[in-house]
Structure formats: C-alpha cells, structure tokens
Design a protein around this ligand. Structure first.
Ligand code: ARG
Length: 459
C-alpha cells in the first residue's frame, strides 16, 4: 500500500515519498489518534451514519491496533505517509472494508488538529506537574535553611543582606507565573476542532458536542477554516515553555556560580555532577550547564514555528506538518529539565558558614547606615554621600564597619552616636518589613503561602 494518489497517474518519486512523510515522528501521536477515532466512530453510530455493529467492529480493531503498537508489533510504513493513514490501512487490513467507514465525515486536516490538541493538553498537564516538583524542592530547601542569610546581589556585586529563603522563593514566584501561563494555554487548547472536515465543515449530521464531551473538551471550535489552520495553542505552549526554561536557566546559572570555588556557597550532590577526563580534581555542574543551554533550543523551536505559520494562506497547508518535531522536542526538553533540576535542588548542600562570612564582607549594611542618618534628620541624598565617604575610609583602613571607632564615625557626621553599633545584619533584615520584603516575619509568611499554594494545587 502506498500514499493516497487520488487523481495522480504515477507513484510518488521515492524522494517525494521520503520528503513528505511524517510517520517517522508523528507515530508518537498514535494514542491520541486512536482515542479521537474511537470517539468519532461512536458519534457516527449514535447519529446513524454507520451502524452500531460497524462502530463496534471499528472500535475493536482500533483497540487491538493500539496494543500492536504498544508491543512494537506494528511496522509503520513511510509509504503510508503519516500516523492517520498507517492506522487506517491497518484497520482495513484487520476488519475489512468496514474499516473504510471510519473516515466518514472527517478529514486528516481536522484529525491532525485534534491529535495535536490532545497531545498538547497532556503536555500542559505534565509540564505543570513538573513545575510543581521543582517548586516543592525549592520550598523544602528554603524551609530547611530558614535562618540562613546571604548577600543579595545587584550587578553581581554584594548589595544588601537577604534571607536565603527569600532568594529561593523568588524562583517559586517565577514558576507560579509559568503555571499560570500553562493553565491559560490549556483554556485555548481544550477546544474540539473535529467536525471541521477538510476546511468547510462536513456534509453529514454529526454531533460535535457529543465528541467534545467524549474527549473532555470544554468547547468546540466556531469556524472550520480557522480550526484546521490554527496552531496558536502549539505556539502558546512553546512560548510558555520558553519562559519557563528562561527561569530554569537563571536558577541553573546561580547553581553554577554558587558551586564555584569563588562563591563556595553550595555543594552539588555527586549524583548531579560529572568529572573531567583530564583534570582529576574537577567536579563539573554539567546538569545545570545543560539546563542553561537547552533554553536556546526551546527558543529556537518557538521561532521556527512562528516563522512556519507566518503568512500562510487559509486554510490547511502542508507547511503545518512542521509543527510536530519542534513541539515534541520542546516538551521533552522542558520535562527532562524540570525533573533533573528538581533532583538537583532536592539534594543541594548549603554551606551556611560561607554564606554568613560573605554577608560580613562587602559593606552590605551601608544602606542601613544611610537610613540611620535619615532617621536623625539628614536628607537621604546627603546621607548617601556621607556613608559613601565613610566606606571609602573604611576600605582604605582595611576595616569593616563594626571595627570603626565612634570618633571615626563622627568625623563624617556629628549625627552618629553609640547606637550606630546596633545596626546589624539582623536589624537590616527586620527593617525590611513590608510585603515582598526580606524581614524574617514576611518571609515566614511567604513560605507558608507557598506551601499552601502547593497543597491546594495537589488536591
Ligand atoms: N501529516 C499531516 C500533518 O501533520 C496530516 C494532515 C495531512 N493533511 C493533508 N491534507 N495532507 O499536517
């Protein structure tokens, strides 16, 4: 059996056959294709378009084909072009001519649109579950290190002290937005395109609502031309995945930096690191590096599909067959990255002492010192200037702020008094007591909120 030739008088050139076939990659859609066909056959029988007996024969055949595929017993044929034709041909082989009735009131155009939506809907659910996994890992790590303080950075320079928990929960927030984007994408994915036919609808009395219900769709598409040519939901998934990978790449980058000898804040578990083939002392953060890098291919997939869809005339065009490999690659990359990074975060060892030491260096309390002068009546801009000169002096003396005498302080402003020594890392943290700030009270609440969000999401 070969490709559908219809009115064509010759067999396809071997090169044409190989070039146009999609079975090598769309075979992955088989469970969705079969689920969709079963629902379609049920509807055909319910509407009296085929008999109940015929529907049972077709459905029985489809289920046994599913088993064959799962057991690796069905040999896919590139000559049959795609997953739809491979399954249909096998069905007719198994159940006879009646198998040819399955494609009544349907086209491969609305069939592939359906398969892609079912696949993407599953991918969305798996992606959200994967995100929940890494969020849980972050929350556990945050909870186990509640009192640990780190330097917060801007420009990768030590800036102000923050709780490690606060830093970790920043990633929780990013991932919450990612979940929101996937949920949003689900709404527009979960729409039934079947019943659109090739492009204009079908000339049978079908029941689209019935099929939608069978397949768990919330709505049915409202324009057949749009339904067969719409891949927005794939693009939306890839865009949400791109943003999520961007977030994961930032976490990965911090894991790489923090595990370097220069930072020495964390230790990656050996199970998530690799050695060097030449330098025996090396422990490389390959997992994090690859997570950082794979973000690029996920962006690439998004741009590739946007480019494929750009300027396409209505309605279905073969160009759209190119949506699959990029989507599959993005789903596989995102899910694998989420999973391996969850494992890595779950097993990270925090070097609390090194973090504490780093907070002690780098004049992280300079802002608090300026705030101190402001409270004594100095305008902030002048206070900033005074503290800048004071820090310059301390640097030249190779001293930390707590090592300076009160006389030294007073040389820069008469407003300094004995209470300047009560400015500490603890007072600095506690002062930032607004929603979203790093005060321990606020962070404890944020952690509780994060826990609650995770619990609610799993019920
Ligand atoms: N393999 C095709 C695709 O992925 C299925 C739809 C084919 N439709 C057609 N009229 N050739 O887009």
């Amino acid at each position: 059996m070969s490709q559908i030739r219809g009115r064509l008088n010759k067999d396809a050139d071997k090169l044409t056959e190989a070039y146009t076939a999609s079975i090598q990659f769309d075979k992955r859609l088989y469970p969705y294709d079969i689920t969709g066909s079963v629902a379609h056959a049920r509807m055909l029988a319910k509407q009296g378009i085929i008999s109940e007996q015929e529907a049972q024969t077709i459905i029985g055949g489809l289920n046994s084909i599913k088993e064959e595929i799962e057991q690796g017993k069905l040999e896919f044929k590139p000559g049959l072009e795609d997953i739809h034709m491979n399954i249909e041909a096998r069905l007719i082989e198994k159940v006879g001519e009646v198998g040819g009735k399955l494609h009544t009131a349907r086209s491969r155009n609305d069939q592939i649109a359906l398969d892609m939506r079912l696949f993407t809907r599953d991918a969305i659910a798996q992606s959200i579950a994967g995100i929940r996994g890494i969020q849980r890992a972050l929350v556990n790590l945050a909870e186990a290190n509640k009192d640990t303080v780190i330097p917060g950075y801007t420009h990768l320079q030590r800036a102000q002290p923050v709780l490690l928990t606060h830093h970790l929960l920043a990633y929780f927030e990013m991932l919450q937005r990612d979940v929101g984007r996937f949920q949003d994408c689900h709404q527009r994915t979960n729409v039934l395109p079947l019943g659109s036919g090739a492009l204009a609808g079908v000339a049978y009395e079908i029941d689209r609502e019935f099929v939608a219900k069978e397949l768990g769709f919330d709505r049915i598409s409202q324009n057949s031309l749009d339904a067969v040519s719409n891949r927005d939901f794939v693009i939306e998934y890839e865009a949400a995945a791109s943003l999520c990978m961007m977030h994961l790449s930032r976490l990965a980058e911090e894991i790489i930096l923090w595990s370097s000898a220069e930072f020495d804040f964390i230790d990656i578990d050996d199970a998530y690191a690799t050695g060097s083939s030449i330098m025996p002392q090396k422990k490389n953060p390959d997992v994090a590096e690859l997570a950082r890098s794979k973000t690029g291919r996920v962006y690439g997939n998004l741009i590739a599909l946007l480019t494929t869809m750009k300027g396409l005339p209505l309605s279905y065009n073969k160009d759209m067959q190119e949506d699959k490999e990029s989507l599959f690659d993005t789903v596989d990359t995102l899910l694998a990255t989420l999973e391996v990074m969850s494992g890595m975060v779950n097993t990270l060892r925090i070097k609390t002492d090194n973090m504490t030491q780093a907070v002690g260096r780098g004049y992280l309390l300079a802002t608090d010192l300026a705030d101190y002068l402001v409270k004594k009546g100095e305008p902030f801009r002048i206070a900033h200037d005074i503290v800048a000169r004071l820090i310059g002096y301390a640097v030249s003396q190779d001293k930390t702020l707590d090592m300076l005498s009160l006389e030294a302080y007073k040389q820069f402003s008469p407003r300094f008094g004995e209470d300047v020594y009560s400015i500490t890392v603890e007072s600095s943290l506690a002062a930032r007591d607004n929603i979203g700030g790093t005060a321990p009270k606020q962070v404890a609440q944020a952690l509780a909120n994060a826990r609650k969000a995770l619990e609610e999401s799993s019920t």
